[in-house]
Design a protein around this ligand. Sequence first.
Ligand code: CTP
Length: 413
Amino acid sequence: MSNITGRLRDYLQSSHLRLIERASYVVSGRPEKIYLVGGAVRDVLLGITPINLDIVVVHPREEFINYLAEGIDGEVVSRSQFGTFKVVVNSDEIDIATSRREEYARPGALPVVEETSIEEDLGRRDFRVNSMAVSLGQDSWGELLDPHGGEGDLRQKLLKVLHEDSFIDDPTRILRGIRYSERLNFRIDQETYRLLKRDMVYLQDVSGDRIRNELERAMAEPFAWDVLFRGEQEGVLSAIHPGLRFGRIPNPLNIQEQQIVGDNDVVLAALIYFSNDAQMVEVCTRLKIDTRWSRVAREVRSIKSEFGRLGRPDLSRSELFNLLCDLNPDVVHGCAITIQDNAVKSNLWLYLNELRCIRPTIDGDYLLKLGVPEGPQVGELLDRLLHDRLDGLLSSRADEEALVANELKLCRD
Ligand code: CTP
């Protein structure tokens, strides 16, 4: 059995390392055993610093999780019916679970959970590369448990399920597989790929919340565009709902586009962009969308409905600004990347890169000091200043002052 203490030291954030050392100390001399599991083990073996830690406790007595949380100066902020706990320690959030076996009554159903050994706990997981654990016991600190050949798969850059019903047990693993394959640049093993295709149909049975949660995780990936496009190509998106689509995005994205990659609303806007209105309504119902999704969907629809005007060659800069200024810039970004029409596309970029940042130098306070009475006239003058700035009719503070003086004179006359 190999010991990966050095790798933990090299690749864990120092706060994470301190945290697991503390946890180890808290458990010493007690009957419970604790392990670091899942993605964190995979990542340190790959030489990547993990973002989250998952800890498994074997055979905890009642209230042990609270005792452990207190011992590491953390607080249990949530617990699930399946024996999983979220613990916050300073600004770090860690997941602590009791080792468990899961029985699925039918595909996509929530599991019935029973306590078990660490080996059995690892045996119920999604991919072999995620089915390794590292002991955090004082006498076995850093020992790697790899009963399913995860380390070998890491070396071969391979994603492989543990058994042939893995995707039937939990069809969201199909989305996870695509996500890991793109993120880690791993190949999906041939037999696993066959099962993935075979079992895609079960995605229909998974609740809207769980699917949406997985899509959100895909959208939060640095390579979100590739993950979603791969999902489209493999038929995973249409297996969730035939109206869920994702078109080809220019690849590689240009510098301007890359700056925003990783922002959730940008990718979400692109995902929504590819469905027509009727499909979108159905997708929203299927995924039980929350307020954020409906807001983005509404704004994407508004951009699509203004397509004719947004592409007009005689559209002034202030008109362009007015069409977009009330929208979330991330949504405009998502559409700017996605839209094929060159005239609309370049107008969206013009708005994002230039017009959005233009402000007159004169503000409301200045107008009040000049004697403009508080009320709508202040807003009207500020709007006029902004629009003339946007259209290039004003280029300096002096121009703005002259315009204001002229307007006030006209009012007095
Ligand atoms: N897991 C699983 N099946 C799922 C979800 C999770 O078997 N449908 C297991 C995997 O062993 C996974 C672990 O639970 O490694 C923790 O899941 P999660 O926190 O979602 O993923 P990470 O492994 O931390 O990977 P990452 O956050 O990097 O995506």
